[in-house]
Design a protein around this ligand. Structure first.
Ligand SMILES: O=C[C@H](O)[C@H](O)COP(=O)(O)O
Ligand SMILES: C=C(OP(=O)(O)O)C(=O)O
Length: 353
């Protein structure tokens, strides 16, 4: 029989129910306490109840859980040196929004070879979040697919919506129901208004379609997420981490009736995707903080064990600890950037005393 339905769908295959994966890889009380505490700490910084700086730091993407866990161990060992000034959350990104085509992240293709074993991807991602949580390191991630959060969000302390999806109603609705603070990137063209609009939209309650913990299609009703903020990441119009851009963005945020606060991404269009420029960007942000700028509440850094990036060709022949997406700072450089940011916060604190 001719049909007008699914003419371009090649196949469907069943997907594990979220509650089954959660039962297979449970959070347990200690990791739950860590996530609750980290979410509260981030919220306190966003609300200016804590004068520290949230720092989201880690690889552009996770492609190998072993090297990501290795990175988490180094971060954990370093955290005591800065935790009086920085509220550190590791970037643990499993979903990559692509400009056109490319590897879409560990959940979509954990084999890095177009085999798209999404069940292995979901298991590996959740297991890694649990392993990093067991070290006592809070995790942050980008939410891209609207169904994925059901499988991992309970282990996530901070969430991001990327520049390519900030304007999407689907992602704003999703964020309205997420249990953690969420940052919205400005658009790829540099438009900050879309991120401000996203915070307003996500702050409201919504009714939309999703899946429930059993994996059934469901009508989802949310209460709204008041813990959203803008992330300045630069754009085609240029970088936006300088004093003027920050002040302009804060004005737009204030005009929308939102709390005057923002995070700055030292990577992406703010560094021209050149990891060697991230320390300079962080230094400029640090100078604003040290001069008393209280509305910068967070910084994002792309960092891995080995600097730069590598092409994904043969997945069995990759440099350990080096990004297969955007270029990252090395761990050694990251340590000094974190130390400098912490010093800027301490200076700001002294000014306020
Ligand atoms: O952070 C990662 C990338 O900047 C983003 O996913 C877009 O990547 P692409 O332009 O290489 O597709
Ligand atoms: C994709 C990312 O950034 P952006 O959305 O700013 O391009 C990212 O932070 O990984």
């Amino acid at each position: 029989m001719p049909t007008t339905n699914d003419t371009r769908v090649v196949s469907y295959s069943p997907l594990i129910a979220p509650e089954d994966l959660l039962a297979e890889l449970p959070m347990g009380p200690e990791r739950t306490a860590l996530v609750e505490e980290a979410r509260t700490e981030v919220k306190r910084v966003l609300d200016a109840d804590d004068d520290r700086l949230v720092v989201i730091v880690g690889p552009c993407s996770v492609h190998d859980p072993v090297s990501a866990l290795d990175y988490a161990r180094r971060l954990k060992a370093y955290m005591p040196a800065v935790d009086d000034a920085l509220c550190v959350v590791m970037r643990v990104y499993f979903e990559k929004p692509r400009t056109t085509l490319g590897w879409k992240g560990l959940i979509n293709d954990p084999g890095l070879n177009d085999s798209f074993d999404v069940h292995r991807g979901l298991r590996t991602a959740r297991k890694l979040l649990l392993d990093i949580g067991s070290l006592g390191v809070p995790c942050g991630t980008e939410f891209l697919d609207p169904i994925t959060p059901q499988y991992i969000a309970d282990a996530v302390s901070w969430g991001a919506i990327g520049a390519r999806t900030t304007e999407s109603q689907v992602h704003r609705q999703l964020s309205s129901g997420l249990s953690m603070p969420v940052g919205f990137k400005n658009g790829t063209d540099g438009d900050v208004q879309v991120a401000v609009d996203a915070c307003s939209a996500a702050g409201a309650s919504h009714t939309f379609f999703g899946v429930d913990p059993n994996g059934y299609g469901a009508v989802v009703n949310t209460s709204g997420n008041p813990d959203c903020h803008v992330i300045l990441r630069g754009g085609r119009s240029g970088p936006n981490f300088d004093v003027d851009s920050v002040n302009t963005a804060l004005e737009v945020i204030g005009n929308a009736g939102l709390p005057r606060r923002l995070m700055i991404d030292a990577s992406h269009a703010n560094s021209g995707k050149d990891h060697r420029r991230q320390p300079g960007v962080a230094e400029t942000i640090g100078a604003q903080i040290a001069a008393g700028q209280n509305d910068i509440v967070g910084v994002m850094l792309e960092s891995f064990l080995v600097e730069g990036n590598q092409k994904l060709a043969d997945p069995t022949d990759l440099t350990y600890g080096q990004s297969i997406t955007d270029k990252c700072m090395s761990w050694e450089v990251t340590e000094s950037v974190l130390a400098d940011l912490a010093e800027s916060v301490r200076t700001r604190r002294k000014l306020a005393d």
